[in-house]
Ligand binder design. Structure first.
Ligand SMILES: Nc1ncnc2c1ncn2[C@@H]1O[C@H](COP(=O)(O)OP(=O)(O)OP(=O)(O)O)[C@@H](O)[C@H]1O
Ligand SMILES: [Mg+2]
Length: 237
């Protein structure tokens, strides 16, 4: 079976200077995979490269077996990206943000049906929403484009547990019911391994551990070690 997302020997970086080296990673349809690691490990750089925002310094990104080298190619192959900065249009309403990203435009508000937290906010400008509401909208907007592969950067950072629970449930449903392949980047190891079925641990641009989430959860001491020297800012819980 061809993986939904496949990174082969991917080197990513800025201005020709590599941050990650020779990264091999796959995500199957319907699978949730976590890419974890301390501050500066290269997680966002990797996602930006997969999404075609940055050019790879080496290696390949393939979506359903097709090489992707630009945001246009990535979009064409069904890749969606929920970046750390959320990518919302703050001057547009909740409804407009969803419509703008929607692939199919049916009558009524089917886009809002799956998001009770957003329904009463439909006509409010995105910029006026709370951080948690904005993150739910950003995820809803990314899903409205009907991606087959979804990249998510630090989705839960700084949000209340009740919002985190809602976001996690939405991602799980998207993977399980729509077969979306999800690659989540997280600093919070436990949250990431609770959500994902498999994980890769990045340290200084290289994968130092990988395996099923359950197995990685059983190797917390090694995970802690991978976070040194950024330990204080790294693992919580
Ligand atoms: N636009 C840029 N130009 C040059 N260097 C950059 C740029 N963006 C990031 N870097 C550098 O690349 C390295 C990796 O950064 P990156 O943002 O990918 O890490 P990260 O794993 O996402 O960290 P965090 O957990 O803090 O988000 C860092 O050393 C960072 O300073
Ligand atoms: Mg980052």
């Amino acid at each position: 079976m061809t993986a939904a997302l496949s990174l082969t020997s991917l080197s990513a970086g800025h201005n020709g200077v590599p941050v990650t080296r020779s990264l091999d990673l796959t995500v199957e349809p319907g699978e949730i995979v976590a890419l974890i690691g301390p501050n500066g490990a290269g997680k966002t750089t990797t996602l930006d490269t997969v999404a075609g925002v940055l050019h790879p310094l080496g290696g390949e990104v393939e979506v359903h077996g097709h090489q992707v080298r630009s945001t246009a190619e990535a979009g064409k192959r069904g890749l969606g990206y929920l970046p750390e900065r959320r990518g919302l249009f703050s001057g547009l309403t909740v409804r407009e943000n969803l419509w703008l990203r929607a692939r199919s435009r049916r009558r009524g508000d089917p886009l809002l049906d799956d998001y009770p937290a957003l329904q009463r906010l439909a006509d409010r400008r995105a910029g006026l929403l709370s951080g948690g509401e904005q993150q739910i909208l950003a995820l809803a907007a990314a899903l409205a484009s009907q991606p087959s592969v979804l990249l998510i950067d630090e989705m839960t950072m700084g949000l209340a547990p009740v919002v985190v629970t809602q976001l996690v449930e939405l991602v799980r449903t998207a993977a399980a019911e729509r077969g979306i392949a999800v690659l989540v980047v997280e600093q919070h190891v436990k949250a990431a391994l609770d959500l994902a079925q498999r994980g890769y641990v990045l340290q200084q641009g290289e994968v130092v551990m990988e395996g099923p989430a359950e197995e990685l959860r059983g190797r917390m001491d090694e995970l802690h070690a991978a976070y040194v020297p950024g330990k204080e800012a790294g693992i919580t819980g």
